[in-house]
Every structure is written in C-alpha cells, then in structure tokens.
Design a protein around this ligand. Structure first.
Ligand code: PLP
Length: 372
C-alpha cells in the first residue's frame, strides 16, 4: 500500500525548538515577550519593511489592519473575490460593505481594471489578495489607490516568500497581512502578522492588538481605545523563528518541486499549468493547476483521495458563498473568479518532496483523467 501524500506538511522539527520551549517555560513569560519581538523583526527584515506586528492569525491581522485604516459602517472595501472567505468576513465584521472584484482572465489575482470600475465615493480601502502565493499586480493597484487617495491593505496570507516588481510580498500597499496557519509556507500552528513601513500605523496596530492599552508613568496602563486581544504568544513565535532562519531554503525547495510538477503536468491533456508574469516570483504556498471546463474537477479530487493523494480546490469565489448573498451577486457576475473556483486543483507540495512522489501524483492524475 502506497503511503498517503498530504497536501502540505509543516516543516518544523522538535530538535529546532527544544531549547527554546524549555527557556520559555522556565521564564514564565508565555505571551508576547522576546520571542514574539524577534519573530517580528525577522519577518520585517526579510520582507524589507520597518515594522512587523504579530497577531493570533491572518484573520485578526486583516481585521486589525482594516480597523486602523478607519474602515467602518457606510464604507466600501474593494477586495478580491477569488480568495478564502476570511478576507471578506473581516470586511463584514467592520460593518463595511464588501465589493468583490473579479480576477483577470488568465491571472488568479485582482483585475486592476475591474477594481477601477468599481471605485465609488464610499470606497475606503482596496484589499487585493496574493492568491496561493501568486502576487497581485501591486504597481497598478497602488497607482489606483494613490489616484483615489485610499489605503491598500494586502491579504498576503499565502505569500511569504513571493515577490513582485522587485519587492517582497508583505511590502506592497500600506499594510500586508500574513498567515502562519499549518497550510502556509511558515507556520506557528496559528498566527499572523501585519507588516508596514508606516510608524504611525505600526503604533496604532500595536495599541489595538493589545486592548488599546498604553503604559503611563503614573499608572500601569491607561486604556485609550476599545482594542482587541489579537496577540501571538511565545511558543508559536519560537516555531516561526526556527523556520524564518531557513526561509530561503524553504522557499527554494517549494519552487524546485513546483518546477518539477510544471514539466510533468504540462503534457497532460485538459490541464493547464500557471506561470508567473515576468516581474513576479511565486511562493507556491499551493501548487495549482487549471482544468478545462469539460473535466469534473470534484470527481478528480475524490478519486485522487481514494488513491491516497490529498488534493483540494484552488480557493473560493466568495460572491457564491451563502454568507455574502445579501449583497445580491448572481452567477456570472464575476466570471473569471467563478471559473477559477470551479476549475483549479491544488496538488500536494510537501517539504523535500521526492521525485518519485511527484511522479506518483502526476501518474495518478493522468490515469484518472484518461478514464473519463
Ligand atoms: C487568502 C487568505 N486570507 C486569510 C486567510 C486566513 O488565515 P488564518 O487562518 O491565519 O486566519 C487564509 C487562510 O487560508 C487565506 O488563504
């Protein structure tokens, strides 16, 4: 019986962490302390920005970023439709209206032309996603935001390790938001981070992350805003640090496996591989292929699963989800995102994936496709 191939496997070893976990437990400081501070510094330095503000997840990072950008009831936020619904949920939680923007015809990320057409007097923020580690066209989106005079908050949840226009993801727009969930390039179990170059935003993010509490000289704290508890704690930060120390190796390993898949998959009939534009490098948080619409993607997924190979959809077309139905979207309103939600398939990409494992995935896929 062949061993099961998972969609991803966290790349964290006990040996990397034992000493740190002992130090943390002996220090008695379990929530935000020096490990969180070091993790923030490592991520910010690697991304190329001045500030990293660690949070408990990307969802809380996004909510914090939108709150600091002043988003609230009566505002509209333009966001990518083709994304994990957490991106849109946080808009709803601020009380603002989500305005879904389609993907390009051959590019999974936000179409800047469609975004431009949807700008209104109520638009407060543009929130592009770097879907599956594929950076959006940030230069065009930043230009649009500058013209309109609004903030760009990037959902870079999957994009640590990717870059576009000679800048690493997390440094585009006014704020970038990462996830450290186990399906991401670097994981803390759960965790997130906002990255920014703006010291004013960074101060506000730190304040709201920690109950809106500010230290004073006379009292322990004074509470100046109705904040949140969105802090990360020390053991997850130590996990993140251990991976950030080898981030270049982690990313190049993922790119090497992706290149192997590209050459094996490209000859399969009805399957299209996706390639980065000339100014982009992808993180391959997910390795995704595109099927012809004649192929029943969900049937392929379930048959791959029966063969011991985990696969999943690329991601979701948010406007199709029941939670967003009250905004009146109809099938066909966002045709590219719709198509990508129905025709993308994520193949397993695990650390140091053996050539034989890639071959097994592709041979299994080929035989399933041949049987239709
Ligand atoms: C694009 C995107 N945004 C946000 C999230 C939410 O991340 P987290 O689980 O860290 O809250 C995810 C999770 O998969 C995601 O893919």
């Amino acid at each position: 019986m062949n061993e099961r191939i998972p969609i991803i496997r966290p790349d964290v070893a006990m040996g990397d962490l034992e000493d740190d976990i002992r130090t943390i437990l002996e220090s008695g400081i379990l929530t935000s302390g020096k490990y969180v501070a070091e993790f923030e510094q490592l991520v910010a330095n690697w991304v190329g920005v001045d500030h990293g503000i660690a949070t408990s997840s990307a969802t809380t990072a996004l909510h914090l970023a939108l709150t600091v950008a002043g988003v609230g009831p009566g505002d509209e936020v333009l966001l990518s439709d083709f994304t994990y619904p957490a991106t849109a949920n946080v808009v709803v939680q601020t009380g603002a209206t989500p305005v879904f923007v389609d993907s390009g015809t051959s590019d999974l990320s936000m179409d800047p032309e469609h975004a431009k057409a949807l700008v209104s007097e109520k638009t407060r923020v543009i929130m592009p996603v770097d879907p599956l580690g594929q950076p959006a066209d940030h230069l065009s989106l930043e230009r649009l935001a500058n013209e309109v005079g609004i903030h760009v908050v990037v959902d870079a949840a999957c994009a640590l390790g990717a870059s576009r226009a000679s800048r690493r993801c997390g440094s585009h727009g006014d704020m970038g938001c990462f996830s450290f969930h186990p399906r991401k390039v670097v994981t803390c179990g759960e965790g997130g981070m906002v990255t920014t170059d703006d010291p004013v935003l960074a101060n506000q993010l730190r304040l709201l992350r920690n109950h809106g509490a500010r230290k004073t000289s006379t009292r322990a704290f004074e509470f100046v805003e109705a904040g949140f508890n969105y802090r990360l704690s020390e053991i997850p930060a130590a996990m993140g640090i251990s991976q950030m120390r080898r981030i270049d190796e982690i990313v190049s390993d993922r790119r090497m496996t992706a290149a192997r898949y590209d050459s094996e998959v490209s000859s399969l009939p009805g399957v299209q591989i996706l390639n980065p534009p000339a100014d982009a490098h992808w993180s391959y948080q997910s390795y995704v292929v595109l099927f012809d619409e004649s192929i029943d993607r969900d049937e392929v997924m379930s048959r791959m699963n029966q063969e011991g190979i985990e696969t999943t959809v690329g991601t979701y077309a948010c406007h199709q989800q029941p939670v967003f139905s009250k905004w009146g979207y109809r099938p066909g309103d966002l045709p590219n995102s719709d198509r990508f939600a129905n025709t993308t398939l994520t193949l397993p990409l695990i650390p140091r994936m053996a050539v034989s494992q890639v071959e097994r995935v592709v041979e299994t896929l080929s035989s399933i496709l041949g049987s239709f």
